[in-house]
Unconditional design. Structure first.
Length: 146
């Protein structure tokens, strides 16, 4: 199973990192400084459930054409970016690709269903407290307890 994480912020990096730690084939889609950090340094997660770090696969979001399709895309962006993300999603999708939505706000699944079909869109929620720190060219995620 191949999973893409579109939205390499705190939520996307945390859930993608957990999947990668469990040896799932995960690729992060990122741009700019985030792409450079993930390309050249390990993802570091500090959590009440245990700390870990690992190298991850990353693709520059501006160079998506020609990549193999993914089975699932974990969409972890802000709702305001959904229209721009639609073109990126098209480049990552194959015939059976499903989109798992972890966006804030309402109406996101409906908008994606208009473009890709309701059978390809899975709604989701993330109930965690997390921040992303970028320092020393590392992406560190800190998950707090409730």
């Amino acid at each position: 199973m191949k999973i893409a994480v579109l939205g390499a912020g705190a939520i996307g990096c945390y859930y993608g990192g957990i999947l990668a730690k469990e040896h799932t084939d995960v690729t992060f889609i990122a741009r700019g400084r985030t792409y450079e950090r993930l390309k050249h340094h390990e993802l570091v997660v500090k959590s009440i459930d245990g700390d870990f770090s690992l190298p991850v696969n990353v693709i520059d979001s501006e160079r998506l054409q020609g990549h193999a399709a993914f089975d699932y895309i974990l969409l972890a962006i802000k709702s305001t970016g959904i229209e721009a993300a639609i073109e990126e999603l098209k480049a990552l999708m194959g015939d059976g690709t499903k989109i798992i939505c972890l966006l804030n706000g309402i109406g996101n699944e409906e908008r994606l269903a208009e473009v890709f079909g309701a059978e390809r869109v899975i709604g989701g929620s993330a109930f965690i407290s997390i921040i992303r720190e970028a320092r020393e060219l590392l992406i560190t995620l800190v998950m707090a307890s409730w």
